[in-house]
Each structure stands twice: as structure tokens, then as C-alpha cells.
Design a protein around this ligand. Structure first.
Ligand SMILES: CC(=O)N[C@H]1[C@@H](OP(=O)(O)OP(=O)(O)OC[C@H]2O[C@@H](n3ccc(=O)[nH]c3=O)[C@H](O)[C@@H]2O)O[C@H](CO)[C@@H](O)[C@@H]1O[C@H](C)C(=O)N[C@@H](C)C(=O)N[C@H](CCC(=O)O)C(=O)O
Ligand SMILES: Nc1ncnc2c1ncn2[C@@H]1O[C@H](COP(=O)(O)OP(=O)(O)OP(=O)(O)O)[C@@H](O)[C@H]1O
Ligand SMILES: N[C@H](CCC[C@H](N)C(=O)O)C(=O)O
Ligand SMILES: [Mg+2]
Length: 496
């Protein structure tokens, strides 16, 4: 595509010089490490560094045009000045990659907890329906069966549009995508034409970034306020899917211009679960769709997973898939790696690896385990470094209240001192309560300690890291896998 054609999509701009030599754009990028001959380099004011300082680097590597919002010195190539380079980046990358989201059914899932789980269930439903699917989220980007690594839950807008265009090329028709609050604020999904937007829940997380719960809630609401405002194509069928047991779900009903499909357990939702019975191997409940009831036995455990299942059902229902087909997938779905992942053993001691790294996630995981535990419950828990400090004392209180043996350890301390993070956790407890906690900064030692002390029928929840196969200590990333650690420790006790 010619540069002049591409930048036509930026309505308000100043191009200096106006009479530049046109060229065929090789790529659009915000990162000088990706600049090649004839690239357009977009300078972004980041949280660490100002991308405008990389302009000389971009020139050296062959950039042929710069998009900037601050004055830059570029004697040889044209500079396009815009008000906001983040917005320009969203517009340009969408156009450069041929607006791929418009060619597929896009399902965006937002909320504090459950995004990864819900997107995986949705993906599975559309796959079993016979479609080629795409998945974008915390664990990876997946096109059909091929997995690509990811840095962010919701990628930057260029990586996102590039991924979507690859999906279109490869025949993907439905995409399930996690949309994080941070991505919404940073405009990483501007220009993405969502058909279905799903809200799971809102509880405390990411306050290091958003500062207040109001900002955090506003961020989540952006997915819904962006939905359904333009009914530009005939047959446009936008739907907002909302958990109305969460006050934020009710609020979003007012924010969105799209038709709403509600789900929940407590209130009178359109898609509703009742008579929920949780056991260690699964959950039974009645699914009511507009009043029509049927009994379901699913393999996923826990009340929160009933919410995740309702959300996924609603998304597939909104897309017009037959109910029997959706239910067939829901009842066979075994769950997602690192989400209440059970490691049972021949000695009757079980470990459960779960990605609960928020107060609400931890509370849900422990309440679920307490529902079916026959013996004692151990809880190995730490909190991530360089993240919201406020959640640390809260998670400590929950671990103490809902487990018999809380063991405080490290999650990913990142740049922080491991003991300092644990001290923040302990600060949430009284002196008496602190004496009831075992502290072992080394996560390997903490898991081993819990498994060594456990008796048959006891359950050890290893919380916070789920699918992660690494641990970041003092900025260094080492291999670490909670499931492997649990299996090793169980073997050490004679389990086969
Ligand atoms: C705080 C934050 O959101 N940071 C994101 C942001 O980076 P940044 O603003 O810090 O960028 P920067 O390092 O200051 O660089 C500024 C600019 O200079 C450019 N640059 C930089 C170096 C260089 O040599 N050349 C160059 O051109 C960069 O490409 C960038 O355009 O933009 C980057 C590209 O889009 C993101 O990868 C990065 O996410 C970092 C890795 C991160 O940890 N983000 C977390 C907080 C996050 O986004 N989490 C959410 C939620 C997770 C969940 O709940 O599941 C997520 O969606 O992942
Ligand atoms: N609907 C839910 N409500 C509350 N807690 C949940 C729900 N679903 C999952 N959880 C808990 O939260 C943890 C994370 O789940 P999941 O990975 O699906 O969420 P996520 O929103 O993708 O999280 P992240 O923002 O970290 O990517 C799970 O391990 C579980 O303990
Ligand atoms: N998406 C979340 C994941 C946290 C996982 C936890 N293990 C940690 O490292 O804090 C974040 O980046 O805040
Ligand atoms: Mg996720």
C-alpha cells in the first residue's frame, strides 16, 4: 500500500514536507527493533521511555516516514504530526492489515477474573461446531492448533491487527479474545470490530495501574460503550453479554447501545443456573434459557466456573449456535491448564494448581475447595512484585481465614525483595494470626513443606501462578512450574 493512501485515514494531521516522495509501505511499527527498509515508525510516549527519542534509530534502520505527536528532527523523510500517536497507530494498523476483524466473528471477553477460562470454552464450542478458530489471551495466541507466544494478555494494536490478518488468511471465522482493562485504556483494541462483548465480573486488581476502582470500572466499560454505536452493515448483530449478579453488569446495561443478553445465578437472568451442586470431579446444575430448563453435569469444578460456563453459553447462543451442540461441548470441557488443575496421587493427598492472584480469585478457589475437601486445606500463596501492593494484606487474610494451613511464599517478586512482599502480606494479620502462618520465601521449599505435612484426604492449593512455567526473581526469569513441583514433592512422599 502506498504511504499517501495509508495516511489518508488520518483525518487531522500535518505532513512535513507536504510534497514528499511517495513509497510502498513495508510495515508499520512502534518499535525500532522491528523497523526495516520503507517502514512507517510511530513514536509512542510509553510508560518507561518516550518513543520519540528513537527516531534517529528508526532513520538509520530505513524508516521512510515518522508519525509523531511531539516535534522531531528528521531532515530526510516526512513526518506526519497527529494529536495522539496511539490513536493514529490503531487507525493505520487496522487499514494496513485490511480491517481483518470485520471479516470474522469477534468475541471480546473482559472482567477481573474468568477471561482466560471463558475464551477457552468459547473457542472449544466454535471448534466443535466445525469452524476454524482463533484465540488471543494470557497464555498464548492460537490460530487453529498452532500456538504463538504472547507478551501481553491483549497484544499491542499492531501485533493484534497482524495476528487477526493472519487468522483471516488462514480461514478463521470466529475469534475469542481476552480484553484487559489496561489494553482498553491504552487503545489496544481501537478499530477492532467486536460482534459480541462479554463481561465476567469486577473485583479488585491492577490498582497499581488504574489507581482507583472507578478508573478500573471505567476501563472495563469501554468495551461496551464502543459496541453497537454504529449499525453500519446491514445485518449487524452486536450483542453485549452481561453478568447481572455483579453490580457492574447492571451498570453496563446502561452504557451499551447494543442488545443485551444477561446471565447469572442469583437474579432473574435470561440465561440462568440454579440448584448448583459442587463436587470434587465436577459440578451439576440446572441451566435455564429463557425459562426452559435442563439438567447439566459439567467436568469443571466450582460456582465461579458455572458463571464462566453461562458466559460462554450466552456468547455461542448469541451467535446462533444450536443449544444441544453448545451443551455437548460444555459437558465435555475439562478446564484450562492452571485453573483449578487437580494433581491427585496414589497416597490420597491432592494438590490443586490455580491462577488465583487476586483477592476474589483466591477466595473463590478456597471456597470451592472447602466445599468438597474431606481433610485439611493447605494454601501456598504469594503475591506478585511490581504490582498492586494493596491486594497483599487482603490475600493474606483470605488465605488465613479459608485454609487450615496457610504458607506464605514468593510469586514472581520481579524487581522487589521477596521478604518485603511477604511482610506486606503479613501486615494484614494480627501478631497472633501471624504466628499461625508458615513463611518460606523459596516457592519450591514451600510446596515441598506443604506436601510433606499433608495427610491422606488433605488438599494443597498452590495459588497464583497457574500455567506459568517461570518465576521472575530480581528481574531474572527461571524455569518454575507449580505442577512439576507438586508432582516431584508427591513422588518424594512415595506417590506413584
Ligand atoms: C505498562 C504497560 O502497559 N506497558 C506496555 C507498553 O509499554 P510501555 O508504555 O512501557 O513502553 P516503553 O517501554 O516505555 O516504550 C515506549 C515506546 O518505545 C518503543 N521502543 C522501545 C525500545 C526500543 O529500543 N525501541 C522502541 O521503539 C516501544 O516499542 C514503545 O512504543 O506497551 C507495550 C507494547 O504495547 C506493552 O508490551 C507493555 O506491556 C508491559 C509488558 C506490561 O507488563 N503490561 C502489563 C501491565 C499489561 O498490559 N497487562 C495487561 C493485563 C494482564 C491481565 O490482566 O491478564 C495485559 O493486557 O497484558
Ligand atoms: N468467573 C470467575 N469469578 C471469579 N473468579 C474466577 C472466575 N473464573 C476464574 N476465577 C479464578 O481466577 C483465576 C484466573 O482465572 P482466568 O485465568 O480464567 O482469569 P483471567 O481473567 O483471564 O485472569 P488474568 O487477568 O490474570 O488473565 C482462576 O484460577 C480462578 O481461581
Ligand atoms: N496478568 C497479571 C498476572 C499476575 C500473575 C501473578 N503470578 C503475578 O506474577 O503477579 C499481571 O500481570 O498482573
Ligand atoms: Mg487471562
Amino acid at each position: 500500500m502506498l504511504a499517501s493512501k495509508l495516511i489518508e485515514s488520518l483525518r487531522f494531521k500535518q505532513v512535513i514536507p507536504a510534497d514528499y516522495n511517495d513509497f510502498v509501505v513495508s510495515t508499520v511499527t512502534q518499535d525500532t527493533r522491528e523497523v526495516i527498509e520503507n517502514s512507517i515508525f510511530i513514536a509512542i510516549a510509553g510508560s518507561q521511555i518516550d518513543g520519540h527519542t528513537f527516531v534517529p534509530d528508526a532513520l538509520k534502520k530505513g524508516a521512510a516516514m515518522i508519525i509523531a505527536q511531539e516535534k522531531v528532527v528528521s531532515p530526510d523523510i516526512p513526518v506526519v504530526y497527529v494529536e495522539n500517536t496511539n490513536r493514529a497507530m490503531a487507525i493505520l494498523s487496522n487499514k494496513f492489515y485490511g480491517a481483518p476483524s470485520e471479516a470474522m466473528r469477534m468475541i471480546g471477553v473482559t472482567g477481573t477474573n474468568g477471561k482466560t477460562t471463558v475464551t477457552h470454552i468459547i473457542e472449544k464450542i466454535f471448534r466443535e461446531h466445525g469452524e476454524k478458530t482463533g484465540l488471543i489471551g494470557t497464555m498464548y495466541r492460537r490460530i487453529g492448533d498452532k500456538i504463538y507466544p504472547t507478551k501481553n494478555t491483549t497484544p499491542d494494536v499492531i501485533t493484534l491487527q497482524r495476528t487477526l490478518s493472519k487468522m483471516v488468511e488462514q480461514g478463521v471465522s470466529s475469534v475469542a479474545m481476552e480484553v484487559s482493562s489496561i489494553a482498553l485504556v491504552q487503545g489496544r483494541v481501537w478499530g477492532v470490530d467486536f460482534d459480541i462483548a462479554v463481561f465476567t465480573n469486577l473485583t479488585r486488581d491492577h490498582l497499581d495501574y488504574h489507581k482507583t476502582m472507578e478508573n478500573y470500572a471505567h476501563a472495563k466499560s469501554l468495551l461496551f460503550s464502543q459496541l453497537g454505536n454504529e449499525y453500519k452493515h446491514q445485518g449487524d448483530n452486536k450483542v453485549a453479554i452481561l453478568n447481572i449478579d455483579d453490580p457492574m453488569g447492571r451498570k453496563l446495561e446502561e452504557d451499551t447501545a447494543a442488545p443485551v443478553l444477561t446471565y447469572g445465578i442469583k437474579d432473574n437472568a435470561m440465561i440462568k443456573a440454579s440448584n448448583v451442586v459442587i463436587h470434587s470431579q465436577g459440578t451439576d446444575f440446572d441451566l435455564e434459557v429463557f425459562g426452559e430448563k435442563q439438567h447439566l453435569k459439567v467436568k469443571m469444578v466450582g460456582l465461579f466456573n458455572v458463571y464462566n460456563i453461562l458466559a460462554a453459553y450466552a456468547a455461542a447462543y448469541a451467535a446462533g449456535l444450536p443449544s444441544e451442540e453448545i451443551i455437548a461441548t460444555l459437558t465435555s470441557f475439562k478446564g484450562v491448564k492452571g485453573r483449578l488443575q487437580l494433581i491427585s496421587s496414589s497416597i490420597g493427598i491432592s494438590a490443586i494448581v490455580d491462577y488465583s492472584h487476586t483477592p476474589d480469585g483466591l477466595l473463590n478457589a478456597l471456597e470451592t475447595i472447602n466445599d468438597f475437601a474431606q481433610g485439611k486445606v493447605f494454601c501456598v500463596i504469594g503475591c506478585g512484585g511490581d504490582r498492586d501492593h494493596g491486594k497483599r494484606p487482603k490475600m493474606a487474610q483470605i488465605a488465613l481465614k479459608y485454609s487450615d494451613y496457610p504458607i506464605f511464599t514468593s510469586d514472581n517478586p520481579r524487581s522487589e525483595e521477596p521478604q518485603a512482599i511477604i511482610d506486606d502480606m503479613l501486615a494484614g494479620l494480627s501478631i497472633q494470626e501471624q504466628s499461625e502462618v508458615q513463611v518460606l520465601t523459596d516457592r519450591h521449599a514451600a510446596i515441598e513443606y506443604a506436601i510433606k505435612r499433608a495427610q491422606p484426604n488433605d488438599i494443597i492449593l498452590i495459588a497464583g501462578k497457574g500455567h506459568e512455567d517461570y518465576q521472575i526473581i530480581k528481574g531474572k526469569k527461571n524455569h518454575f512450574d507449580d505442577v512439576e513441583e507438586a508432582e516431584k514433592a508427591l513422588k518424594g512422599r512415595g506417590a506413584i
